[in-house]
Design a protein around this ligand. Sequence first.
Ligand code: GAL
Length: 445
Amino acid sequence: MMKKLLLTTLAIIATITMVAQTADPFLTSIVNGVPWTDDHGKPVNAHGACIVEENGKYYLFGEWKSDTTNAFPGFACYSSTDLVNWKFERVALPLQKDGLLGPNRVGERPKVMRCPKTGEYIMLAHTDDMRYKDPQVGLAVAKEITGPYTFIGPLLYKGKPIKRWDMGTFQDHDGTGYLLMHHGDIYRLSKDYRKAVKKVADGIKEGGESPAMLHKDGTYYLFGSNLTSWERNDNFYHTAPGIEGPWTKQGIFCPEGTLTYNSQSTFILPLHRGDSIVYMYMGDRWSYPHQASSATYVWMPMQVNGGKVNIPEYWPVWNPVTMQPVRDLGGTVIPVNFKTATKGAKLELPFEGTRIAVIGHTFNNGGYGRISIIDSQGGTVHTNLIDFYSKVDDHGLRYVSPLLPRGRYTLVVECAGEHPHWSNKRGDYFGSREDWVTVEEVRVY
Ligand code: GAL
């Protein structure tokens, strides 16, 4: 009897321990700075993005980047009901035969809005030549939100294209649509959103790139970044009592030196939570040349009160329903000491479970590492190229595998022997100069 009780007690303790070790926070969380995997097992590839919420679904539009060149390959559309699990809908605007978004052109920052007057979906985007010498705003339209979108041509203002580059859009509470241009030009769109009809703000002082906007309690907030190409910097914001201004520069909204938690602004999504609206910052962590695989997203709720905006701490993992960070990642912790810049050097770690997460160090001489999950038959069940570079140091999550059927696998981390680097129009060098891949810990679920 006594023995039976003891065995039962042990079994209960073992079960509890198992549950505690395997609790998986990634099922319901937004995870910043790691590639997200879509319903086809591919990276979610939608950068310089925006989200449109419609009928209980979120539609994510962004640059459908390539891993080899910056030439426009299309804009992608994904959908989700929870902002965590993403379904690839389609390439909403494909590469065009010719014209502004034809071969060897640049297409960036697609922004979609539903025009309240016509019910049409309007996509505006930055179009350019490969040297960024022919900036214009492209206009595409669709009857269905997921497209396909028909490319019309340049958005016109007074019959002419708007010859500027980084752009964003903003839809006000009354349905009026606006085009936001870098360095603080704001245009009001026509009732059908197909042209710009009025320049409502002209060169807001010290306005930046990658503009995004929100409107709360009679105050307008305009976000932007400094000019450092795909490198991160401390982004900032302006406020005004009306969209025409007067605009006042307020300063940064993330702690100084974090470089906006290693990201660049692209869009602000209002999320309805109970009786209130929480504004979600959406930013890009670029990774040239392997943007498709390795550029990631940084999304965080912002504190917006009385003319001030703040994201006081970085939440690598957070729940978009409770709006709370996940402070304990759980799982079974396996300390690792893998640091190499030698091409082909590998970490191989067998594990049993349903998911694995890799924690590592990024710094200014980091490079690319390929992470793969190999099953017991030797088949690759998932693989992704990971960027271990960041201008400012960061210790944290670098990879979270998709949910796997429970089984035995091997995690492989291999130094790719290359690093992100690029130059801007003036030829200034950006990125890393070495190939370091550093893994510090692994967590098994
Ligand atoms: C940034 C801009 C990006 C992209 C990049 C290219 O300034 O925000 O969208 O154009 O330059 O270097």
